[in-house]
Design a protein around this ligand. Structure first.
Ligand code: MYA
Length: 571
């Protein structure tokens, strides 16, 4: 098992290229099984799932859900011994991609059930819990939901108020509290609930994860009226003196926050896969539209500005697909820490989809805005991805701070060693050698195909720049970096581009090695287009590390809080 992943090393200025090269591939048998599975999923989606009707009726419908269950779609990653299909992270994501391409409401329902709802049982459940819960969840006889968010705890997940008090005889907990915006809340039978089990009054309490079965004391509110994913059920869920057996604690008592984070790490990958599917479906719609629509005596696809949109959509979708499946490949290879990569995939996936859906609607122009066509529904459906499973803002902070934690620790150790130079001699020597080496021999992506050398240089150059800025910032500001969100955003955006471009290069390299340059024309082209886009953003962020108007913007916002909004007028 490999512990550390690619991006944490990047923050130290190190390109651990053996982690991303060769780009992961499914084995022949798994690939064959997956193709068979995808055939039946596609048939089911095409013949039974009417996305427009689901959106209008605000429900998926019992018949569709029953068929999805019969196909095994509720137990994709649950092991065969518990009645599931036992798919790898890659195969699971590939199926979610297919569903996401067809209908977001169904993708979200399936994702809430197994990407996050029952995931804690897979990751932390005891053998007894797996036996007790998984078979009925795999068949879809019971549906799961993930209950973390509360009225006062959204991004600040640790601030939840729901509490679980251990009964005096120690046999069960008594659960009280309310959860907000719970996907599948209207019909779920099993909830993974996060509650305080001690430190009831503190800001950062110890949380515990519980498996709570619907029964006495469990109620849900009405379905929320939503902008998109209208066929999915989103409700409040209330727990009033619910008796939860001690045997239903998942993971250790007091370690629930870690359980929630690990579940979300894997959930965010499922979301990125769904976004990949939607992007692919939108590119198809756009390509069809530009070839059938005529203006000024020509197909609109012949115009340069339309071609530009299509080319950028292709390149961004390729980058998203590459980053997503690089990460699922790492998970399947046994990498245990992929928290940065999955957060990157979630942010990059949701923003790529939002951009692609907007451009596709723009290409469709008038009809894009009308309710009789799929574009506006897909736009509404796509919007939530920037918000749930961690808002993109909080995830940018997470990417930056979690990435900088390693270099921060190292600098602290060096500072300690400098105070005790004799004891810390070894550490200081290694640090000095590492510094000298990184200045003389910059890190290289030696395994990138030479055809992609320009793109590889972008990764090399900006990895060094990122590491330098991280170190300088940490030296100058130390722990205060926790409050410096402008810097965090730049660091996170740099990390996102570096990861996505590395994934493109690794995948295109594999394609060239297998099919030759001519056979790999698309991956090469899209890597180049994405590389050029990424370079502009990376350069912009690097420049802004040096000079920016952060303070001016902060002051302007603070003044508006006093003013109560925009106060100027032309009158
Ligand atoms: S579910 C609700 C989603 N909610 C969130 O995602 C909450 C976001 N907030 C957070 O993630 C945390 O509160 C943050 C930490 C990150 C802000 N992996 O001191 P800390 C460790 C591993 O930073 P805080 C929903 O929306 C950290 O290292 N560890 O904590 C579903 C530290 O460890 P240590 C992690 O300041 C909707 C400790 O935790 C991670 O309180 C349905 C404390 O950290 C991590 N990631 O805030 C979706 N993070 O103490 C269905 C932190 O050892 C979707 N730590 O140093 C289905 C898809 C469909 C697709 C459709 C497509 C069309």
């Amino acid at each position: 098992m490999r512990e550390q992943c690619f991006m944490k090393a990047v923050f130290h200025g190190v390109l651990a290229e053996d982690v991303v090269f060769p780009f992961p591939e499914l084995g022949a048998e798994e690939r064959e099984n997956l193709e068979l599975m995808l055939d039946s999923v596609r048939r089911f989606l095409a013949t039974k799932v009417d996305a427009a009707a689901i959106d209008k009726r605000h429900e998926i419908g019992a018949e569709v859900l029953a068929e999805a269950k019969a196909l095994g779609l509720f137990g994709l990653q649950i092991a065969g011994e518990h009645g599931g299909l036992g798919l790898s992270a890659t195969a699971y994501s590939r199926v979610m991609q297919e569903v996401g391409a067809h209908d977001a409401s169904l993708a979200v329902t399936l994702g809430a059930h197994q990407s996050i709802g029952l995931k804690a049982i897979l990751l932390y459940g005891t053998a007894e819990q797996k036996r007790r819960f998984l078979p009925s969840l795999a068949s879809g006889e019971r549906v799961a939901a993930f209950a973390l968010t509360e009225p006062v705890a959204g991004s600040d997940a640790a601030a939840i108020k729901t509490r679980a008090d251990l009964a005096p005889d120690g046999s069960h907990y008594v659960l009280n509290g309310s959860k907000l915006w719970i996907t599948n809340g209207g019909f779920a039978d099993v909830f993974t609930v996060f509650a305080r089990t001690s430190d009831f009054e503190t800001q950062k309490p110890k949380l515990t994860a519980f498996l709570v079965e619907r029964g006495e004391g469990v109620r849900h509110g009405p379905n929320e009226h939503k902008l998109g994913i209208r066929g999915s059920s989103t409700t409040s869920v209330y727990f009033d003196d619910v008796k939860v057996p001690v045997a239903n604690v998942v993971g250790e008592v007091g370690r629930g926050f870690r359980v929630a984070m690990e579940v979300l790490n894997s959930g965010r990958l499922g979301l990125a896969a769904g976004c990949t599917g939607s992007c692919r479906a939108l590119v198809k719609l756009a390509v069809e539209r530009v070839q059938e629509r005529h203006a000024f005596g020509r197909r609109i696809g012949e115009f340069g500005l339309i071609k530009d949109k299509i080319a950028l959509m292709l390149a961004q979708t390729y980058a998203l697909e590459s980053a997503t499946y690089l990460t699922t490949g790492l998970v399947d290879a046994g990498v245990t820490d992929y928290s940065l990569e999955s957060a990157i995939c979630k942010v990059f996936g949701s923003e790529t989809l939002w951009w692609v859906v907007n451009e596709t609607l723009q290409i469709a122009a008038g009809i894009g805005y009308m309710g009789d066509y799929p574009y506006e529904r897909m736009l509404r459906d796509a919007r939530i991805n920037l918000i749930f499973e961690g808002t993109n803002e909080i995830l940018r902070c997470f990417i930056a701070l979690a990435g900088m934690a390693g270099p921060g620790q190292k600098l602290a150790e060096v500072a300690r060693a400098m105070r005790e130079p004799i004891k810390g001699f070894g550490l200081l020597r290694d640090f000095a050698i590492g510094k000298a080496r990184s200045m003389l021999v910059p890190e290289r992506l030696t395994r990138a195909h030479p055809v992609l050398s320009r793109e590889a240089v972008i990764v090399e150059e900006f990895t060094a720049i990122l590491a330098r800025h991280v170190e300088n910032t940490l030296r100058k500001h130390g722990r205060d970096i926790a409050e410096m969100q402008y810097v965090q955003r730049r660091v996170a955006d740099t990390a996102i581009d570096l990861y996505a471009l590395s994934a493109c290069i690794a995948r295109a390299t594999r394609a060239i090695e297998k099919h030759g340059e001519e056979g790999a024309r698309r991956p090469i082209e899209w890597t180049r287009i994405f590389g050029a886009l990424a370079r502009k953003r990376l350069k912009h962020n690097a420049d802004e590390f040096e000079a920016n108007d952060d303070e001016l913007r902060k002051e302007s916002a603070a003044r508006a809080y006093g003013d109560g909004g925009y106060v100027l007028d032309i009158l």
